[in-house]
Design a binder for this molecule. Structure first.
Ligand code: ADP
Ligand code: ZN
Ligand code: ZN
Length: 767
């Protein structure tokens, strides 16, 4: 009788690993790798997933004691390679094995089982509402003569998307809010045609979807070089990585499309990951227009039923190109030859709950397992990717960087002005807006154009900063900015936990440690104040639209504000980070960054990198239309390499300084980090647990070369929902098996009552 190794869906560190169960003959066809099964465990029924089936009985248990699998609950959702990948994720990210398996399951599948009567078979619960009728929208010939009303931006978005080829209405709705009603309105005018079909498309629909793909006449030199590197990587069949380092608008998507075409021609499938936020109807349309029915789309805005339909197409082998957000990595694509991650530097590729994986690392492992190639694309690649390319390889795979420094055609990058706010201050300027920004805004209002003002408000901004030289007190041991705590009048380092009293503050006698200035003040300015000052500054007939957490709380408010901006004749949009991403308005000729610095001084070693990425991405977006764009960046650190690099469009300036600092402090990409956070209602218990954890970690690795244990310290967000939060940070050499070490260390602490703990390997959020 065969034996199955089953992982139980009971996520606790005490039940880690797999358990052996016997596969009775009547279940042999169903209880295969990837199947969901019902088993008994400690006299109760439990749901589990089959990771492996063998004929050899397990060595450590007597065959007589092995229980049979009770029932098969769901058919196989993943293969042996995926099962190995799940085990790797669990080890690498120190998470329970069942947490690592769950992303591979069919969308909508729940862990709970029910049955209608005590002797009836058990059934898995799902939340897949029947998505049987699939409505498809396509343009009619009348669309050529049709121009939507100026304020009908949804209709315009729908028409733009359909120009790339027919799409499902649900897909449009997932990417354009309110698309369904826009489609109805357009159908009434005879511009759009809607067809209902009972099934998802099969091959009979290809004529509909084969709308002409706008294929460029010839590829640029950069594109050809990228393609040939990708081809070599594919032929090597061992998970080689190609970093396509191309400026915004250099044609990276065309490289992806051509590479996928070749993979398909070889009979291999492709996974394409894009950040959730850029997974728009246009993006999907570009892939659909080239590959039609071969494309499945997976992301969180689809209903569970729709996601299941798409997932099932992939499992059946009917869709061989999967386009989706982070989790599309786990789609059941059998013969993956190519994995593409667009905007590789995006922090959203790191999952912020268990399993806390990074898509780049999982993709690299998956590519190795499947003998595929991994393509990473970005205009601002991560330091990790750049460093691995400079080294030539990482974990046995070859890493190659290909540059695409030019845009096809004549499009140019915008002019960037960096304004030194300290200089403005010393010259008597006390306004939020510097002279150059005021003049640029006046130009926009005179020419009746549009501007976007970005107010950097990510994370916390409670530092003390010198208004004259921009100095922020830093921890001498960790080179992280010290945050100011009003309650205790203390400056605290959230990396190592050290504190300094600021007895003099807010006494006006306090002086800047750098320049001796008395203008030390808490840092930070709100969107409301920017809006108020802007209204005073600008003529009455310029619309000022504010977009932040307050004004976008209501459902649909975000879209409404963007539509208002779109429909305005002359307007300024003021907002936080949330506007930086959707910044794709051709009429915008000015992008102002009110305060480029808040992120720069966050107690996070990636603060400078994130600032640079944001500014460079913003700068790449101004002046996308006919008129040239201008970018004004206000900063207290005009001499910071990130600012100088953005001003001159020269990344090397930034990289050189940043890499030197990372190497000096041994931060990634030269080391690995793990962040263990504990939180609970009792401060004493949290302090006690983190102290024990730090002690245990120091006992195990404290003396090893390249290892360092920092803390325990209060988290920057020291209190969330009345829970006290403290953390311990571990630095380790690149080659360290960090996950295994932390799993065993955390397990050895026992199970503390009333305290939650999260282990985050290669963390991106250190707050
Ligand atoms: P990126 O993803 O690098 O920001 P895109 O792939 O969006 O850039 O390409 C920018 C624009 O250039 C698109 O409109 C695309 O159709 C066009 N394009 C891409 N490659 C070529 C080419 N070889 N010749 C002409 N136009 C191209
Ligand atoms: Zn100073
Ligand atoms: Zn410190």
């Amino acid at each position: 009788m065969p034996y199955a190794s089953v992982v139980l869906d009971i996520p606790t560190r005490q039940l880690e690993g797999t358990f052996a169960y016997a596969v009775p003959p009547e279940l042999a066809a169903d209880a295969t790798t990837g199947a969901t099964v019902l088993v008994t465990f400690s006299h109760r029924v439990a749901v589990g997933y089959v990771l492996d089936v063998t004929d050899t009985p397990p060595e450590d248990v007597s065959p007589k004691k092995i229980q049979p699998i009770v029932q098969a609950l769901a058919p196989s959702a993943f293969d042996d390679t995926a099962a190995r990948l799940a085990a790797w994720i669990s080890r690498e990210y120190a998470c329970p094995l069942c947490d690592a398996v769950r992303p591979f399951l069919a969308p909508g599948q729940k862990v709970k089982v029910t049955r209608s009567a005590p002797d009836a078979p058990w059934e898995l619960k799902t939340d897949r509402a029947g998505a049987v009728d699939v409505r498809w929208a396509s343009l009619t010939p009348a669309a050529n003569e049709f121009t939507p009303a100026r304020n009908a931006s949804r209709q315009r978005a729908v028409l733009d998307a359909l120009r790339e080829g027919p799409q499902r209405v649900s897909e449009l709705s997932a990417t354009i809010p309110g698309a369904a009603s826009a489609v109805t309105a357009l159908a009434r005018r005879g511009v759009v045609q809607v067809e209902s079909r009972r099934r998802l498309r099969g091959s009979e629909d290809t004529t509909l979807s084969s709308a002409a793909a706008p294929r460029p006449e010839r590829l640029t030199e950069g594109q050809l070089a990228a393609l040939s590197a990708i081809e070599s990587a594919r032929r090597a069949s061992r998970g080689d990585v190609v970093l396509v380092d191309g400026v915004t608008g250099s044609g990276k998507t065309e490289v992806y499309l051509a590479a996928i075409e070749r993979a398909l021609a070889d009979g291999r499938g492709a996974l394409v990951l894009v950040p959730e936020i850029s997974l728009t109807a246009q993006t999907v349309g570009r892939f659909r227009s080239r590959f039609g029915d071969d494309v499945a789309v997976l992301h969180s805005r689809l209903s569970a039923g729709e996601r299941f339909d798409q997932w099932d197409l992939v499992r059946q082998g009917r869709a061989r190109v999967v386009v989706g957000a982070r989790s599309a990595l786990f789609a059941p694509l059998a013969d993956t030859g190519l994995i593409i991650i667009d905007e590789e530097h995006e922090a959203s590729y790191k999952q912020d709950k268990s399993p806390r994986y990074h898509a780049r690392e999982v993709a690299a492992e998956l590519a190795r397992e499947r003998g595929a190639a991994l393509v990473l694309g970005s205009a601002t690649p991560s330091l990790e990717a750049l460093e691995r390319c400079r080294e030539g390889g990482y974990r046995g795979a070859r890493w190659t960087r290909v540059e695409m420094p030019e845009r096809p055609g004549t499009a140019v990058l915008p002019r960037v002005t960096v304004v030194d706010m300290g200089e403005q201050f010393r010259g008597g300027g006390r306004s939020i807006f510097s002279g150059p920004l005021v003049r640029a805004l006046e130009g926009v209002t005179e020419r009746r154009e549009k501007a976007v003002l970005l107010l950097n408000r990510r994370g916390f901004a409670n530092f003390l900063m010198c208004r004259e030289c921009g100095c922020v007190p830093e921890c001498p041991h960790c080179s992280t900015a010290l945050t100011y705590h009003e309650r205790t009048h203390e400056l605290a380092c959230h990396t190592c936990g050290r504190t300094w009293p600021v007895t003099a503050y807010p006494n006006p006698a306090t002086r800047c440690p750098n320049c001796g200035s008395r203008y030390l003040a808490a840092f930070g300015v709100g969107t409301q104040r920017v809006e108020d000052e802007l209204r005073m500054l600008l003529p009455q007939d310029v619309e000022v639209i504010r977009m932040d957490a307050d004004t976008t709380r209501a459902k649909g408010a975000h879209q409404r504000l963007l539509e208002q901006f779109d429909a305005a004749e002359c307007a300024v949009l003021v907002g936080t980070q949330m506007i930086a991403k959707g910044l794709d308005f051709p009429e915008v000729t000015l992008v102002g960054v009110v305060n480029a610095d808040t992120m720069l001084k966050l107690p996070d070693f990636r603060a400078a990198e994130r600032t640079y990425d944001l500014l460079e991405q913003v700068a790449g977006r101004a002046g996308r239309g006919e008129r040239p764009g201008e970018v004004v960046v206000q900063t207290w650190w005009a001499s910071h390499p990130a600012m100088r690099a953005v001003a001159t469009h020269d990344r090397a300036t930034f990289l050189e300084a940043e890499l030197a600092e990372r190497a000096e402090a041994s931060y990634p990409p030269f080391s690995r980090l793990a962040n263990v956070v504990a939180w609970g209602a009792s401060e004493r218990a949290v302090r006690d647990l983190t102290a024990r954890l730090a002690e245990e970690l120091r006992r195990r690795v404290g003396a090893e070369p390249g290892w360092e244990v920092l803390g325990p310290a209060d988290c920057v967000k020291a209190r969330v929902k009345d829970r006290v939060r403290r953390h311990v940070l571990v630095k380790a050499p690149l080659s360290a098996d960090l996950g295994t070490m932390l799993s065993s260390c955390v397990a050895s602490l026992g199970r503390p009552v009333g305290i939650n703990m999260s282990v985050d390997i290669d963390p991106y959020d250190l707050m």
